[in-house]
Design a protein around this ligand. Structure first.
Ligand code: ADP
Length: 198
C-alpha cells in the first residue's frame, strides 16, 4: 500500500487479537512516511540523546512539533537517563501534532559488522517497544526499519529480526493488536514481504 503525500493511513483491523491464532494476520506492511500514519503509536529510530537527529527522527520531530522534544528533555532529566537512552531500550512520549497519539523512541545499534551484539540489541529494540505498547494497551503500532538508515544495519537481516520478534511477541500477547512495518522504499517493502511469507 502506498501513501499519497498528505494522506492518512487508517489501517482496518478486521480481526481481534483473541481470534487470531496466526500472528502474521496481525501484521501489515505499508510503504510511505511513518509520520502520516493514523495509529496509536509510531516508533522512532532515535539516537541516545533523545534530542532529535536526522532521518526518521528528524521527520517525526518536525511533523510532531515541540511537545515531543519537551517530553524527551524531561525523560533525560530522570536519573535513569542522565547519560542518554541505552541502545535497545525504549521510552514513550506524546505524538504531539502527529496523527499518532504516541511516539515510542528506541535506540537501535550502529552496525559494526555484526560482532558487537548488533542482532541482540536490535531484537531488544522491538521487544522493549512492544512491551511499552502492551503496557499502555495500544491497539496499533508502526515501526520504521530501525538502524537501517544512518546506522547502516543490513536491511535484509534487520527485516528478519523485526519480523521474528514481532511475530513472537504477537503470539504471546494480546497488545498491541496490530503491528505495521513501514517501508520507506520499495526494496524494504519487498524484504518485509519475503520475511512475512516464510
Ligand atoms: P537509524 O539511525 O536507526 O539508521 P534512520 O532514520 O537513519 O535511523 O533510518 C531508519 C529507517 O527509516 C531507514 O530505513 C530510512 O529509510 C527510514 N526512514 C527515514 N525517514 C522515514 C520516514 N519519514 N518514514 C518512514 N521511514 C523513514
Amino acid at each position: 500500500m502506498c501513501l499519497r503525500p498528505g494522506s492518512l493511513l487508517q489501517p482496518t483491523f478486521a480481526t481481534s487479537a483473541m481470534d487470531t491464532p496466526n500472528p502474521t494476520s496481525r501484521i501489515q506492511i505499508v510503504q510511505g512516511d511513518i509520520t502520516k500514519l493514523s495509529v496509536d503509536a509510531i516508533v522512532n529510530a532515535a539516537n541516545s540523546s533523545l534530542l532529535g537527529g536526522g532521518g526518521v527522527d528528524g521527520a517525526i520531530h518536525r511533523a510532531g512539533g515541540p511537545a515531543i522534544l519537551a517530553q524527551c528533555r524531561l525523560i533525560r532529566e530522570s536519573p535513569d537517563y542522565r547519560s542518554g537512552l541505552p541502545t535497545g531500550e525504549a521510552v514513550i512520549t506524546t505524538g504531539g501534532l502527529l496523527p499518532a497519539a504516541y511516539v515510542i523512541h528506541t535506540v537501535g545499534p550502529v552496525w559494526h559488522g555484526g560482532q558487537r551484539s548488533e542482532p541482540e540489541l536490535l531484537a531488544n529494540c522491538y521487544r522493549t517497544s512492544l512491551a511499552l505498547a502492551a503496557e499502555h494497551q495500544l491497539a496499533s503500532v508502526a515501526f520504521p526499519g530501525i538502524s537501517t538508515g544512518v546506522y547502516a544495519y543490513p536491511k535484509k537481516e534487520a527485516a528478519a529480526i523485526a519480523v521474528r520478534e514481532v511475530r513472537q511477541w504477537l503470539a504471546e500477547h494480546e497488545f498491541p493488536q496490530q503491528v505495521i512495518f513501514v517501508a520507506f522504499d520499495t526494496e524494504s517493502k519487498r524484504l518485509y514481504e519475503q520475511e512475512l511469507a516464510k
